[in-house]
Design a protein around this ligand. Structure first.
Ligand code: CTP
Ligand code: CA
Length: 229
């Protein structure tokens, strides 16, 4: 499949995409983070712009350059990502949570750099839960008919875990990919299955992240209510 000029089937739509991975600070120089590159979220932003959507990209620690035509909001932590996404989602037709959100953050932030002391073992790291943004978005839609899409990276029992996660989160679509052995994280290509709350199951073969992004927008487009624009 070659990518010609895109059909502008998302014209008049506002889509919100989160990308990258949150970082939860321990002290001014350290954080808990993850390996998400942000590339899949950026591919979603580029393809949505090409299809005519107004795009808000909430980017967490990606280091990637802003996609042309998207409104980019940069955030660091899960709390900041939550605030930016919920605000942007208020008038959105679709929200896609491609970001890897840290499940936990340090319970305490040290205002000064944590120092080791001679002959002392390190103190255990106390963590607290971060809010589940996808579940919150799914439970409180910004507008009627708003589509909410999640991502899940699984290492085992990919489809079974994916179905359970889709139900638990309450989103409309869940893009599930298998990770491990160099798959998905930081690579240019991706392979996934898109599960629908309606029972649908759409396999997307290994290929560029842009192709997966376009398939996701196809599935979103089919499910959006008629535009009032
Ligand atoms: N997500 C979120 N808020 C969180 C954690 C995850 O919005 N605090 C979103 C991610 O952006 C992703 C989806 O939920 O779209 C699934 O993330 P995942 O980490 O697979 O789900 P978890 O419920 O955290 O499950 P697990 O225990 O397997 O990490
Ligand atoms: Ca998680």
């Amino acid at each position: 499949l070659s990518r010609g000029p895109a059909e502008r089937d998302l014209a008049g739509r506002h889509v919100v995409i989160s990308a990258g991975g949150t970082r939860e600070p321990l002290d001014p120089v350290r954080y808990l983070g993850n390996r998400s590159s942000g590339k899949q979220g950026y591919a979603l932003a580029r393809t949505a712009v090409a299809r005519g959507a107004r795009v808000t990209l909430v980017a967490a620690n990606t280091g990637l350059s802003d996609p042309a035509g998207a409104d980019v909001l940069t955030v660091g932590t899960a709390e900041q990502l939550r605030e930016a996404v919920l605000k942007a989602a208020a008038d959105a037709d679709a929200v896609v949570m491609a970001a890897a959100v840290a499940d936990f953050r340090p319970a305490h932030y040290a205002a000064g750099k944590i120092k080791k002391k001679d002959g002392e073992e390190p103190a255990p790291l106390e963590l607290v839960r971060n809010p589940d943004i996808l579940a919150e978005l799914s439970a409180h839609r910004g507008r009627p008919g708003q589509l909410v899409v999640g991502f899940a990276a699984e290492t085992d029992d990919v489809l079974v875990n994916g179905r359970a996660k889709l139900a638990r989160k309450g989103c409309d679509l869940l893009v599930v990919n298998e990770v491990g052995d160099g798959k998905a994280f930081g690579t240019e290509e991706n392979e996934a299955v898109v599960l629908g709350a309606d029972g649908s199951e759409t396999p997307v073969p290994y290929g560029p992240k842009e192709d997966l992004a376009d398939r996701i927008w196809d599935l979103v487009g089919e499910r959006l209510p008629e535009s009032d624009a």
